[in-house]
Design a protein. Structure first.
Length: 213
């Protein structure tokens, strides 16, 4: 990502606990605790990481897919990042299908496997049939997946509704969006972009922890 684009997206520090009491135009108040600690939201990386990335994604979003390898790599190589997945299927009915299948896979501990398989499908307008084929190839137990999808339909639907409400409260208009510390980035970051925003987040955190001079 070009530096000027990165700065344009991160200059408006649009996500911080101080915003809990504020409302975005035409939306409700921002519930930071719910965004960061929804017990049903899949979590990757280091659960005790010092930097949290919240990723709002759609399996039919080409820009989400473009950013996916860099996001996976920064989480794996950094070792101190907590990654919260927010399935936000807004582009098509197939997007909803993919999100529901990925979230059902969470109950057998394979959300990230299915997520990665869906993100690896090239192109936009991906059909449910292509998504199903990718899911089958991910190594997930399809019989168990279908059983969990039926058994946890209510929980999955409720989580997707919460994700939608959270996106609305933040004023999000499309995918991908990455919340990293105080930064809201509506762009497909590359590895350098992710490294830069993580470094800036840590610098801010360390500054806040330093005693006043």
């Amino acid at each position: 990502m070009r530096r000027r684009d990165f700065l344009a997206f991160t200059a408006a520090a649009a996500f911080a606990p101080s915003l809990v009491a504020r409302a975005v135009a035409a939306a409700g108040p921002i519930d930071v605790e719910a965004i960061l600690n929804d017990p049903e939201a899949p979590v990757g990386g280091n659960p005790q990481g010092d930097v949290t990335i919240v990723a709002f994604l759609d399996y039919n979003c080409p820009f989400c897919k473009k950013a996916a390898p860099a996001l996976e790599r920064i989480v794996a190589t950094d070792g101190r990042i907590r990654l919260i997945y927010k399935d936000w299927p807004i582009l098509s009915e197939a997007s909803v299908y993919g999100a529901r299948m990925a979230l059902a896979a969470k109950y057998q501990g394979k959300y990230e496997q299915v997520h990665a398989a869906l993100m690896a499908i090239h192109g936009r307008g991906v059909s449910e049939a292509r998504m199903e084929a990718a899911i089958r190839g991910s190594g997930v137990d399809m019989t168990q997946l279908q059983a969990d999808l039926a058994a946890h339909d209510g929980e999955i639907s409720a989580l997707l509704k919460r994700n939608l409400d959270e996106a609305d409260s933040l004023g999000l208009v499309g995918t991908p969006v990455f919340l990293v510390g105080p930064f809201k980035i509506a762009a497909a970051l590359d590895l350098d972009g992710f490294k830069r925003v993580v470094e800036q987040t840590r610098a801010r955190q360390h500054g806040a922890e330093s005693p006043a001079q």
